[in-house]
Ligand binder design. Structure first.
Ligand code: PLP
Length: 453
C-alpha cells in the first residue's frame, strides 16, 4: 500500500499519540479517525488545508461538505467580525432580528418550509423533525432507508452501515452502535433506497404504525434518487398519512439554493437543514408545514411555565418540547446569511457544477487510462468514486464495489496532497477554481499511477 503520507507527517503522529492519552481514540468525533492515524491540521485558506508539518492539501472534505465557499471566505469572516462588533456580546439569549431574517429567507427558498425552528446541529434537526411527526400522527414507528445517515442518536443509528444482502431480500434492522435500547430497533422499519416496489410493499404492511418516513433525498450527498422513486415515496406517505421528512442537512444549499426539493420538484412535509446553513459554524434547522411546526409553539394558549423542563404542569404534554441554550445563535446566523447571500450571486451553482463535472470526467479518464474499473457518481458539487464496473443506485451496490482498493487509492491521494477522509465523498467549494482542479488532476494521476504499479 502507498503510505508516503506517513513519512511526511511526524508531528501529526506525535500529536495523535498525545491526544489518545486524553481523548478516546484521539478524536472528538469517530468520523475524524482513520488508521493508522489522522492528519492533524493547523491552518487553512481557500481550497487548501495545511497540516502541522506544513504540508499543503487540496481539501475535498470541506468539513463534510459544510464549507461550500471554501476556507476563510472573506464575506463570511467579515460578517462574523461585524456581528460581534455590533452586538457587543457573543450571544443575547433572547429573540433577535437575524432569527426572523433567516427564517424568511428559508421560507422563500424552500417549497416545503412555511415556518422554522433552529437547532445546534443536523442531528438535533432530524430529532426534532421526527418528534414533530410522532406527535402529529400519534404513531410510534419510524421508517428510514438503508445506508441513510441522520445524525448520531439512538433512533436513527440503525442500518446506516448495513451488511450485504440479496437484492430481493428486504433490508435488515441492524443497530449501528453499542448501547442502543431495543425500543428503537423494535420500532424502526428499514426501506431500500431507489427501490419503489419493495418500499411500497413494506410501507403498506406498516401503514397504520409509521409516523414518518425520513430520507436523504441524495443518499450520502452523492447517490441521486430516481425521480419516479422520490415521487412515489411522496405519494405513498400522503396516502398513508405518514409525515415525509427530507433530511437536507447535506443537500441543502448544495444541490441548489432550494436543496433537493427544489431540484427534483418533490415537496416534503418537514425538512431538516444544517451544514452549509451555518457557514462553518454549528447549526441545524427544521422547517415545514405550519400546522405541524406549531406543535412546538409555547404560545398555543398554554401555561408559559410549561416550557421549563423542571416544571411539571399538565400543559407539558400539550406542547412539543423544543429548546436549546444556543438555538438561533446570532454569530452563526450572521455567518449563514453571508453564505447564502454569496450563493445567491448569479452563476455560482453553474460554476460549482461545471468545476465538479470537469474534475469527475478527468478522474474517470485517468482511472480508465490506468485500467482501474471505476466511475464517479454524484449530484451538484458532491460526488464519490466507486470502483466497480456497474452503475450504483443504493448502498448495497457500493458495498459490492472494491472498497479495499478504494481505501488504497485514498491513502495514495493523501500522500499526493489531496485531502479526503478515506472512503468518504468529495465535496467542492467555490474556491476550487479551474487551476485548483487542474492541479488536483495532476496529483490524482500521480496517485493512481502508484496504485497501478
Ligand atoms: N443528516 C445528514 C444527511 C448528514 O449528512 C449529517 C452529518 O453528516 C447529519 C444529519 C448530522 O448532522 P450533524 O453532524 O451536524 O449533527
Amino acid at each position: 500500500m502507498e503510505t508516503s503520507y506517513l513519512q511526511k507527517t511526524p508531528t501529526s503522529l506525535q500529536l495523535h499519540n498525545e491526544a489518545k492519552q486524553f481523548i478516546p481514540g484521539g478524536v472528538t468525533a469517530n468520523i475524524k479517525f482513520f488508521a493508522p492515524y489522522p492528519i492533524v491540521m493547523n491552518r487553512a485558506g481557500g481550497a487548501y488545508l495545511y497540516d502541522v508539518d506544513q504540508n499543503p492539501y487540496i481539501d475535498y472534505n470541506l468539513c463534510y461538505g459544510a464549507l461550500i465557499l471554501g476556507h476563510g471566505n472573506e464575506r463570511v469572516t467579515a460578517a462574523v467580525r461585524e456581528q460581534l462588533a455590533t452586538m457587543g456580546t457573543t450571544i443575547f439569549g433572547t429573540p433577535h432580528r437575524l432569527e426572523t431574517e433567516m427564517a424568511k429567507l428559508l421560507i422563500d427558498l424552500y417549497p416545503g418550509i412555511e415556518s422554522v425552528r433552529y437547532t445546534n446541529s443536523g442531528l438535533e434537526a432530524t430529532l426534532l423533525a421526527i418528534r414533530l411527526a410522532t406527535a402529529w400522527t400519534g404513531r410510534k414507528k419510524l421508517a428510514k432507508f438503508e445506508g441513510h445517515y441522520h445524525g448520531g442518536y439512538d433512533q436513527v443509528l440503525i442500518s446506516v452501515h448495513p451488511s450485504e444482502r440479496e437484492r430481493n431480500h428486504p433490508p435488515a434492522v441492524k443497530p449501528d452502535s453499542l448501547g442502543l435500547p431495543d425500543y428503537y430497533t423494535e420500532n424502526t422499519v428499514v426501506l431500500p433506497f431507489n427501490d419503489l416496489e419493495q418500499t411500497a410493499e413494506i410501507l403498506k404492511k406498516h401503514r397504520h404504525e409509521i409516523a414518518a418516513v425520513i430520507l436523504e433525498p441524495v443518499q450520502g450527498g452523492y447517490l441521486p434518487p430516481d425521480l419516479a422513486f422520490l415521487r412515489g415515496v411522496r405519494e405513498l406517505t400522503k396516502e398513508y398519512g405518514m409525515v415525509l421528512i427530507f433530511d437536507e442537512v447535506k443537500t441543502g444549499f448544495r444541490v441548489g439554493l432550494s436543496g433537493a426539493q427544489g431540484r427534483y420538484g418533490v415537496t416534503p412535509d418537514l425538512t431538516a437543514l444544517g451544514k452549509v446553513l451555518g457557514g462553518g459554524f454549528p447549526i441545524g434547522a427544521v422547517g415545514g408545514q405550519r400546522e405541524i411546526m406549531e406543535l412546538c409553539s409555547p404560545a398555543r394558549g398554554a401555561d408559559i411555565l410549561s416550557n421549563d423542563p423542571h416544571q411539571s404542569s399538565p400543559s407539558d404534554t400539550e406542547i412539543l418540547f423544543h429548546s436549546g441554550t444556543y438555538n438561533g445563535h446570532p454569530m452563526i446566523l450572521a455567518a449563514g446569511l453571508a453564505t447564502i447571500r454569496s450563493l445567491q450571486q448569479p452563476g455560482t451553482y453553474a460554476q460549482l457544477e461545471e468545476g465538479t463535472m470537469k474534475l469527475r470526467r478527468g478522474m474517470e479518464e485517468i482511472l480508465d487510462r490506468f485500467g482501474i474499473p471505476g466511475h464517479t457518481v454524484g449530484e451538484g458539487s458532491i460526488f464519490n468514486i466507486v470502483l466497480a464496473d456497474q452503475r450504483v443506485k443504493q448502498i448495497q451496490d457500493v458495498l459490492r464495489s472494491d472498497l479495499s482498493l478504494r481505501k488504497e487509492l485514498d491513502v495514495a491521494l493523501l500522500s499526493q496532497g489531496i485531502y479526503i477522509k478515506p472512503l468518504n465523498r468529495f465535496s467542492l467549494s467555490t474556491a476550487h477554481r479551474s487551476e485548483v482542479i487542474h492541479e488536483t488532476l495532476e496529483r490524482f494521476e500521480q496517485g493512481v499511477k502508484r496504485l497501478a504499479k
